[in-house]
Write a protein of this length. Structure first.
Length: 270
């Protein structure tokens, strides 16, 4: 891994809350994971047979996946604009991906290694994922050009500019490169802030997927947890002329680290 790549200090041992698992929670967790698997298989089947899934159904399907895992979804703010759009969000968990797609279905930006994963890589490519070679800095201009091309064609592209997952109690700095694509294409940036709480209102790191954590361990924590709520704040879009350069756009889209999300106009509770 290149030294210039962003990293987070968060680890499962120091940052992640593991819920106490009672015996009666195990069957419920198994049922939740089974439901998630069935929803994923249904989406894969539609994709493999070349079905064109309408965006409203994609959004609903993504909410169902999160809800099937036992997590309630609360989305606030106005609907994301249509047309070319760069969606950016802070990155905490694997849950962030369906949550961002629930705001607006988009072509995801992912590391190149995902393309070579068995089954998942082929499905990601078929779904329009844009792959970035994070180990080769010289490949970055070509990636930015491909993102800008997709944006000019009217597509939405989703990215997590921190470049690494954080636990949620701390966050990283938005890297500027992806914002150059929005400038080049002349499209707005749609900032989204994601957070996780318990039903009583306390922030929690249980869904975090950080450091040397495994996907299976993270899935099990989420499935066995009680009262998890995913809060998604769709903030005001940042127009491409909001500043002279990508640094300004990145700063405008970066969610404040200390300010709590303003859950005032709830548009969905699932």
């Amino acid at each position: 891994m290149s030294a210039w790549l962003p990293t987070a200090p968060c680890t499962p041992q120091t940052c992640v809350e593991a819920p106490a698992v009672r015996a009666r929670a195990v069957p419920r967790a198994v049922l939740r994971l089974g439901a998630v698997l069935l929803l994923l298989l249904a989406g894969i089947a539609l994709m493999l047979f070349g079905a064109r899934i309408p965006p409203p159904l994609v959004r609903r399907w993504c909410r169902w996946i999160v809800r099937a895992a036992g997590v309630r979804v609360r989305i606030t703010g106005a609907a994301a604009p249509t047309g070319g759009l760069l969606l950016v969000a802070n990155h905490i968990s694997w849950l962030d991906i369906p949550l961002l797609a629930a705001v607006r279905p988009a072509r995801m930006l992912a590391k190149r290694e995902v393309r070579h994963w068995p089954v998942a890589g082929a499905l990601a490519a078929r779904g329009g994922t844009l792959f970035i070679d994070r180990d080769r800095l010289r490949a970055l201009p070509d990636t930015v050009a491909r993102i800008a091309g997709a944006l000019r064609e009217g597509a939405a592209v989703a990215a997590f500019p921190e470049g690494s997952t954080w636990c949620g109690r701390a966050q990283g700095t938005f890297r500027r490169a992806v914002f150059q694509a929005a400038l080049d294409a002349g499209v707005p940036v749609q900032p989204v802030r994601i957070g996780y709480r318990l039903s009583g209102g306390r922030a929690t790191t249980t869904p975090a997927y950080v450091g040397d954590d495994t996907l299976l361990a993270s899935l099990w924590r989420v499935a066995t947890a009680h009262g998890l709520v995913a809060e998604v704040e769709v903030r005001a879009p940042v127009p491409p002329d909001a500043g002279p350069d990508r640094r300004t756009l990145a700063r405008a889209a970066q969610p404040p680290e200390t300010a709590a999300p303003a859950w005032t106009h709830t548009v969905l509770v699932a």
